[in-house]
Design a protein around this ligand. Structure first.
Ligand code: SF4
Length: 362
């Protein structure tokens, strides 16, 4: 099949030659360890390489193989993931490691279907791990590859639509070099990450430039086409920093599933219509822990953007007025020292609050 000046064979060849001299030296590329490939690909799903690097090294130091990960407590896994966000990824990795040990004797499955049986493994991760670690001829389609393909073919359709995704997947699969699928996939992602960047793509350095439809007419930045997103909602929350006479603070664990599942936090929740932050603090603590607190003063207001919403968090220093705290959802709550706060995994907004309240007493 002709490719606007590049045959498929030539496309593959140029990509391969370019990658052999341009590939970044990344720890998970040094030798093929399916476990490390898997961890890196899960981390890279929603995180840039430079951000993921220190987390990757810390994570594989803490859990050097699938058995170590399976034997760890979820709290420990979340603590080593803290700051990376999208905590469902860490919970699924932990569940999947236990499944690999239980059902596969500690060997990560080497088939596409076997990989997809694992919690949290979708098309992208199965293709990436399958091709990179096991040489399976499965093309990956991540944000970088989508950008390259939609520019290369000048795809005019919204890439958020399922039929367009399927079309792109078929296109990626047709271009895949079946003799070296892992390297081909990495090269496609690398072109997207380092050359075919969202803004100001460096087309002069691109190995497939002579076949690129968008480059031909200078319309690179029009692709990929994405429907306009709805504005991100903002949620107002209030949290209570309840300090006991011995200086210990009360923290509780969130339920294991759902947003930020399994992470620790200060008690609190959404501020309802007509409520002040202090009133919301007292009500939330009463509902969640069955105790009365007196909010004394506002410590700070922290703004933080999650993927689908933003929060404005009003944090209050509170005094316990009556009762013994116990969660109504069965999750643990603990009185901990300020130093011990470092041993628990907290969402980013809570961690910023912790930095503030621990500095205050230094
Ligand atoms: S020529 Fe430019 S726009 Fe086209 S794939 Fe390469 S970097 Fe992207």
């Amino acid at each position: 099949m002709a490719e606007r000046g590049l045959t498929i064979a030539e496309f593959r060849r140029r990509l391969s030659v370019w990658f052999s001299s341009r590939a970044r030296d990344l720890p998970w590329r040094r030798g093929v360890d399916p476990y490390q490939t898997w961890i890196s690909e899960v981390m890279l799903q929603q995180t840039r390489v430079d951000q993921a690097l220190p987390y990757f090294e810390r994570f594989v130091d803490a859990f050097p193989d699938v058995r170590a990960l399976a034997e760890a407590e979820l709290d420990e896994v979340l603590l080593n993931w803290e700051g990376l966000g999208y905590y469902g990824r860490a919970r699924n990795l932990h569940l999947a490691a236990r499944q690999v040990v239980r059902d596969h004797g500690g060997q990560i499955p080497g088939t596409y279907d076997g990989l997809k049986q694992l919690p949290g493994v979708g098309d992208y991760t199965a293709s990436a791990v399958g091709s990179l670690a096991f040489g399976l001829p499965e093309a990956v389609l991540d944000g970088n590859v989508i950008r390259v393909l939609t520019r290369y073919d000048a795809v005019p359709d919204d890439v958020g639509r399922s039929p367009v995704r399927r079309q792109l997947r078929r296109r990626a699969q047709a271009l895949l070099d079946p003799t070296n699928p892992g390297t081909h996939n990495e090269a496609m992602m690398e072109v997207g990450a380092t050359v075919c960047t969202p803004r100001n793509p460096r087309c002069a350095e691109c190995p497939i430039q002579s076949g690129c439809a968008a480059h031909l007419v200078g319309s690179q930045e029009q692709y990929p086409v994405k429907a306009q997103k709805a504005p991100v909602p903002e949620v107002q929350v209030a949290v209570a920093v309840i300090e006991r006479e011995d200086g210990r603070l009360l923290v509780q664990r969130r339920p294991p599933s759902g947003l930020l599942g399994g992470l620790w936090e200060f008690p609190g929740g959404k501020i309802e219509a007509g409520e002040s932050p202090a009133e919301a603090c007292a009500r939330e603590v009463r509902e969640e822990l069955g105790v009365e607190v007196h909010p004394i003063h506002e410590i700070t207001v922290i703004r933080h953007a999650y993927s689908h919403f933003r929060i404005v968090m009003s944090a209050w220093s509170c005094r316990l007025a009556s009762g013994v705290p116990a969660t109504t959802n069965g999750e643990p709550c603990l009185w901990v020292t300020r130093d011990q706060l470092a041993d628990f995994a907290f969402p980013r907004a809570n961690r910023r609050l912790i930095e503030l309240i621990t500095q205050e007493t230094d």
